[in-house]
Design a protein. Sequence first.
Length: 228
Amino acid sequence: MKLFLLLVMLTTCAAKHQDLSRKMFTFPLQTNRAHVRLNATAQDFRSLTVCHRSFTDLKRDHALFSLATPTHSNDFLIFWDDKNKEMEPHIKDRKAEFGGRDYKPNMWHSICTTWDSESGLVQLWFDGLPSTRKYVSSGTQITGPTIIILGQEQDAHGGGFDINQSFVGMIADVHLWDYILSSCEIQNYVDERNFTPGNVLNWSALEFNIIDRVLIEDKLNINQLPGV
Ligand SMILES: *[C@@H]1O[C@H](CO)[C@@H](O)[C@H](O)[C@H]1NC(C)=O
Ligand SMILES: *[C@@H]1O[C@H](CO)[C@@H](O)[C@H](O)[C@H]1NC(C)=O
Ligand SMILES: *[C@@H]1O[C@H](CO)[C@@H](O)[C@H](O)[C@H]1NC(C)=O
Ligand SMILES: [Ca+2]
């Protein structure tokens, strides 16, 4: 019995709680297994904002942020559709398509997405540039239990990964708020100035589990090399 309790405690404490400031997750391999599972402090969302930075040279579809519930595997997904060159937020399994963005390879891109269940409007801020505000889904909020995954796209609650939608590259500065950030706060995030960290996912105090080959490394400020 004692051993059992100890094992339970060990498993429960396995989720790391870390300050990842100036760090990044490196996804070095195309696989349908490697991912990071994030522990959120809230499960239900009437509205939300998600921000993240990523760096990749993928020339195919890939997921940047995947939140699934038992009823909607794409309850909140940020997906790059390479064929149509569109960044697509999926909310409650419906998507909005944002084209005309300069999603260049081999550089950091900051992406913030806001959604409100009352108006049903989604907006995507790509490197600080706001998109058109589009209707996706209204009336019902996102209701947990949620599973949030970086590195893979969930076609099921916590699984159903497709190697051809996996992420290869680096991801950093992931924050989730259960409200809509003002444009001023979004600009502060994009410019890496002071901003209010996410109250649901906070990169400075992140709880997560790494599954398979994902590394935590110092963040490279490749966009800020001299002469670039
Ligand atoms: C974090 O999530 C894992 C499942 O991914 C769970 O086993 C663990 O208990 C969670 N940790 C906390 C502190 O909620
Ligand atoms: C992934 O894409 C490759 C190349 O297009 C293809 O050969 C393979 O069957 C795909 N795998 C899956 C699991 O869809
Ligand atoms: C985020 O984490 C930092 C570091 O632990 C903490 O100082 C800050 O209060 C947290 N912010 C929120 C909104 O939880
Ligand atoms: Ca999929």
